[in-house]
Ligand binder design. Structure first.
Ligand SMILES: Nc1ncnc2c1ncn2[C@@H]1O[C@H](COP(=O)(O)OP(=O)(O)OP(=O)(O)O)[C@@H](O)[C@H]1O
Length: 331
């Protein structure tokens, strides 16, 4: 599952000044300047100022997030750089190129204003940025909250020969499919006693509730200073990355462990500490491991949202614990 990254719309629309008013959709910059500033500006000056501001806005580059759904499996959204007068046809051309879509087919951009809601098809000459500027600020800021009610976004759709739109499942359905694919992959791996799986930089662990011979010195050595992704996913790999990042960058590192009760967080913490002390001692026996385990500095967060707030983007590793019972409810 690949999530394409790009500068967020929010980031682009946030700069202070007239642009912010514009992004809010309440009024354009020209209007706000006339409202607030004409008492001291001569009409000639005003024309010059408004002209240059308008030009700046025309030149301003925004990022459209376009969700291709089933047209490009493995891509959740594709960021497209666009200006105020970039047309839907131009944005689609860029998407065809980026997503390597079939050029013999015809595509349209659809605007959706509510998760799973009605879709408005843009004409080729419509300007998506101008439509985005009419979205409320909350919709631009809350880019991740699926199902949060107001969930404005652009979708890429295929047009049938008769001019009708080929839907091929809603975005909601497609996202559920990717979740199902993830769960199926976790289940298949778990059946082969592979309890660890990477999803991007996150390690998902399924509690096996049985002893697995994968925590012995052979594994400590195997994962010592290895390249992430070269070996099977393992909790030692996470510890190893954090340890070496700490040495190289000379900065504290943080590993967040999240999961329901009984999913194996304490056990994973023990494995992490075991590996970290083994790396730092290189086999030299000492009581450090026991001291750290005894101190047990445990931070508990009730939800992932709180974790995100506490550890924003520079948090290096996130470990998600889950148990068979928890997954069984979904499987
Ligand atoms: N990697 C593992 N291998 C084998 N057994 C495990 C593993 N992880 C967890 N377990 C088993 O699951 C049990 C519960 O795990 P643990 O106590 O770590 O859960 P927890 O998430 O810390 O629970 P709580 O939140 O209630 O404290 C352990 O006693 C152990 O038997």
């Amino acid at each position: 599952m690949a999530v394409q990254s790009g500068r967020s719309v929010t980031g682009r629309l946030k700069p202070s000044g007239p642009r912010e008013q514009f992004a809010d959709g309440t009024c354009c910059s020209t209007m706000s300047l006339q409202d607030g500033g004409c008492s001291y500006a001569s009409s000639a000056n005003l024309a010059t100022i408004t002209g240059s501001m308008r030009r700046r806005l025309e030149d301003q580059e925004f990022t459209l997030r376009v969700y291709p759904g089933s047209l490009a499996e493995g891509t959740i959204y594709c960021p497209v750089a666009a200006r105020k007068n970039t047309t839907a046809a131009e944005a689609i051309e860029c998407l065809i190129e980026r997503l390597r879509l079939d050029r013999t087919k015809c595509y349209v951009l659809a605007e959706v204003k509510e998760f799973g809601g009605e879709e408005w098809i843009l004409n080729p000459g419509d300007c998506p940025v101008q439509r985005m500027m009419l979205w409320p600020r909350t919709a631009l800021e809350n880019r991740s909250g699926l199902g949060s009610g107001e969930d404005y976004r652009f979708l890429l759709r295929e047009k049938n020969l008769d001019g009708s739109i080929h839907y091929g499942g809603s975005l909601q359905m497609w996202l559920r499919l990717t979740e199902r694919a993830l769960l199926e992959s976790l289940r298949a791996r778990f059946r082969q006693e592979k309890i660890y799986t990477y999803v991007g930089s996150i390690l998902i662990v399924i509690n096996p509730f049985q002893f697995l011979p994968i925590y012995n010195p052979k594994y400590v050595k195997l994962y010592d200073n290895h390249m992430l992704g070269k070996l099977e996913p393992h909790i030692y790999a996470v510890a190893d990355v954090a340890y070496h990042a700490m040495l190289q960058r000379r900065k504290n590192q943080c590993i967040v462990i999240s999961g329901e009760s009984g999913s194996g967080k304490t056990q994973s913490t023990n494995f992490l500490i075991h590996h970290l002390t083994a790396l730092s001692q290189k086999g030299f026996a000492s009581g450090v491991e026991q001291i750290i385990l005894g101190a047990g500095p445990v931070l508990e967060f009730p939800s992932l949202r709180r974790i995100e707030q506490a550890f924003p983007s520079d948090c290096p590793s996130l470990l998600l614990q889950t148990s068979q019972q928890q997954l069984a409810t979904t499987w």
